[in-house]
Structure formats: structure tokens, C-alpha cells
Design a protein around this ligand. Structure first.
Ligand code: FES
Length: 105
């Protein structure tokens, strides 16, 4: 410490500490918190935003068999975007009230 300005030593120590805290906060906290709060945990995680589009013609084609079609709104379905009934387990476990969008023929 001889010959060094004490103010510079204190300042550099503070900067190193602040940088270390910033790096630790960036590396540890945000990722764990973000992933835990995800609604969509599985489907299309390689895209920035999951959006599905259907034209009226595509909807008519889907309904040609005369059966209603249920689209998942809970993000728990293994057959997303179609509902596979997984919302029932989610609702039972969490007390939530999610359910599909059903399009009738
Ligand atoms: S599985 Fe998601 S709404 Fe049915």
C-alpha cells in the first residue's frame, strides 16, 4: 500500500465489489426467477413469442368431422395448441380455473 493514494485504493475496492455483486445478481437471480414464473414451460421455447394463426378456412377444415375442437389456454397440454385435458390436473393442484377455447361445428 506504500505510495498508493488511499482514496484510490478504497475507490477501486468499492468498484470491484460493486462489479462482483452485479455479476452475481445477473448470473444467479434473474434466470431462476424468470424460469420459475414462466407460464409456457415447454412449447416453442426457441421463438421470442408463441403466436398461432388460423384462417377461417383452416378452422372450417378442422371442424369438417363435425366434432368440437378444444384449444389449450393453460399451456400444460402435451399436444399444444390442442387441449389434452391437462388443465384439470393443474386446476386440482393449484385451485386455478383454466380451461380450453372450444370451437363448435
Ligand atoms: S390442457 Fe390446457 S386448456 Fe386443456
Amino acid at each position: 500500500m506504500e505510495g498508493k493514494d488511499p482514496a484510490l485504493v478504497v475507490l477501486s475496492s468499492c468498484l470491484v465489489t460493486a462489479f462482483s455483486v452485479f455479476v452475481l445478481m445477473f448470473l444467479l437471480k434473474p434466470k431462476a426467477k424468470k424460469e420459475a414464473s414462466w407460464v409456457n414451460k415447454n412449447f416453442g421455447k426457441d421463438c421470442d413469442k408463441c403466436v398461432n394463426f388460423l384462417t377461417p378456412t383452416e378452422i372450417e377444415d378442422l371442424l369438417k368431422d363435425g366434432k368440437p375442437k378444444a384449444f389449450c389456454r393453460c399451456w400444460k397440454s402435451k399436444t399444444f395448441p390442442m387441449c389434452d385435458g391437462s388443465h384439470a390436473a393443474h386446476n386440482k393442484e393449484t385451485g386455478d380455473n383454466t380451461g380450453p377455447l372450444v370451437i363448435k361445428p
